[in-house]
Design a protein around this ligand. Structure first.
Ligand SMILES: Cc1cc2nc3c(=O)[nH]c(=O)nc-3n(C[C@H](O)[C@H](O)[C@H](O)COP(=O)(O)OP(=O)(O)OC[C@H]3O[C@@H](n4cnc5c(N)ncnc54)[C@H](O)[C@@H]3O)c2cc1C
Length: 448
């Protein structure tokens, strides 16, 4: 008697962000072996990452172990690794584990959900002095930079050096830039006063720069105006129409209609522009797929790559009909891809093309103040916008620990003045002094 072993369909999902997570989850119960490959051991709730950077939430409240997310999904396995290449003909993903161990993952269906990286618009050298805020690592690093800046200012005797430490520049006035500027202003004005003896933290300058003509350029003009008004009330200096042309260890240079200006600032953050990671370029080259200006892969109406029905690209990495790089596009797109694969495996006909249901967009400016552009021309701002933001973000956080913990932290931070998460490790504290010392060899920190 001849025995034939059934070979299970292999789905490899690159990335366990919103898109990968929802794609893999939709494959629950499917007759397939699903491998979720992620560069870190955690899924990050990116919209709240700025709260880690500003001491409101702990890393664990915005990051959930990927393994925990798929614990109850028997057909899914989770692997730690960085996808470096895809052999489109041979249908194999090459990945490397931390430490450099390479391994290969054969697939029948590939879901590429690797997200987007920061773009410095061709000035990658800026990254050293003005890191972006994309990952949990970025957030923890930025938190160290922000809180260390006040510590370093306290040690200085030269007023110009104090001011350099107490000047924070945020490049990019999209939601992340606005949220960061508002939070740093609240740290300076609400949290830290009373804790320092030599400096006045409230004297900190928080400067928000954007080349566009208004903050939150993707929002409705009235929401932008409300956000800018609130930022100014918090003491944030807002410069729109300001194009940053240079960033170095001790400052930034920007151009406006009125000329070129240099700002002395030791803490800079870059929150402008996205670029597809190099993996996208390799997949595009191998498949002949078109890419947009940011290098994102253009997809068909069913989110596959043209000529490759076995490869889906979803989330921030895909380019489709000008859809924005927001969580809902990734969540809905991921779910759609998972259901499409499940449908195929069940031998059913292809479903309808992907349609994005716009649920609106919102940005927090400060505690009790947010702007929300909702479908149907509805708009909320101030406390009403903030309450909606709170509800939506809390509801989308993974259940359990993240929800309970974040609610407790929000109560402490928003009703009170404290930031519970301000720890800077000794390793981070030591590395803080290095760029400064090399940038200013003639001026060593002075202890009084
Ligand atoms: C700071 C910040 C704030 C934001 N705020 C909002 C907001 O308020 N509202 C909103 O709607 N959207 C917001 N966004 C955008 C939203 O988070 C993204 O649109 C969404 O996360 C995209 O999901 P994704 O799955 O495509 O990518 P991501 O969520 O970025 O996930 C990509 C995943 O792929 C992994 N990965 C990347 N490359 C590889 C590789 N080569 N191999 C293996 N794994 C890899 C990463 O580790 C990550 O887990 C924000 C984004 C950021 C960074």
């Amino acid at each position: 008697m001849e025995m034939t072993e059934k070979v299970q369909h292999r789905v490899v999902v690159i990335g366990a962000g919103f898109a990968g997570r929802y794609a893999a989850r939709a494959l629950r119960g499917a007759d397939a072996h699903v491998t979720v490959l992620n560069a870190t051991n955690h899924h990050v709730f990116a919209p709240l990452v700025y709260q880690v950077a500003t001491g409101v939430l702990s890393p664990g409240e915005v990051a959930t172990p990927v393994r925990e997310l798929f614990r109850r999904q028997d057909n899914a396995e989770v692997l730690l690794g960085w996808a470096t290449d895809v052999d489109v003909e041979g249908r194999v993903v090459t990945a490397i584990a931390p430490g450099g161990l390479p391994y290969q993952l054969p697939y029948d269906t590939l879901v590429v959900a690797a997200g987007a990286a920061q773009s410095y618009f061709g000035n990658d050298g800026f990254a050293e002095h003005a890191p972006g805020l994309k990952t949990l690592d970025d957030a923890v690093e930025l938190r160290a930079r922000i809180f260390s800046a006040f510590e370093m200012a306290e040690l200085e005797t030269d007023p110009a050096a104090v001011q350099r430490w107490l000047t924070f520049v945020i490049v990019g006035a999209g939601p992340t830039g606005v949220e960061l500027a508002g939070q740093i202003a609240e740290i300076a004005h609400r949290t830290l006063p009373g804790e320092y003896r030599r400096i006045d933290p409230a004297g900190a300058r928080i400067v928000l720069l954007d080349a566009a003509d208004r903050v939150l350029p993707a929002y409705r003009p009235r929401s932008s105006a409300k956000a800018e008004k609130r930022l100014r009330k918090l003491g944030v200096e807002v410069h729109v129409g300001a194009k940053v042309v240079d960033v170095d260890a001790t400052g930034v240079v920007f151009e406006t209609g009125a000329g070129t200006r240099r700002l002395e600032a030791l803490t800079k953050v870059w929150s402008a522009g996205v670029a597809a990671p190099s993996l996208a370029g390799r997949i595009a080259a191998a498949t002949g797929a078109e890419t947009d200006r940011a290098g994102r892969i253009k997809v068909e109406p069913d989110l596959t790559v043209a000529g490759h029905p076995e490869i889906f690209v979803v989330g921030d990495l895909m380019s489709r009909d000008g859809l924005p790089g927001v969580a809902q596009v990734a969540i809905q797109g991921g779910g759609y891809v998972g259901r499409t694969v499940k449908r195929r495996l069940a031998g059913r006909q292809a479903g309808r093309p992907f349609r994005y249901l716009d649920k609106g967009t919102m940005a927090v400016v400060s505690r009790f103040s947010a702007v929300a552009d909702l479908p149907g021309g509805l708009r909320l701002s101030g406390l009403a916008g903030w309450l909606l933001w709170l509800l939506v973000h809390w509801a989308y956080l993974p259940k359990g620990r993240n929800r309970v913990g974040s609610l407790a932290r929000w109560t402490v931070a928003f009703l009170g003045r404290r930031r519970p998460e301000r720890a800077v490790t000794s390793h981070q504290a030591l590395s803080r002094t290095a760029p400064r010392a090399s940038a200013e060899p003639d001026h060593e920190p002075a202890l009084r």
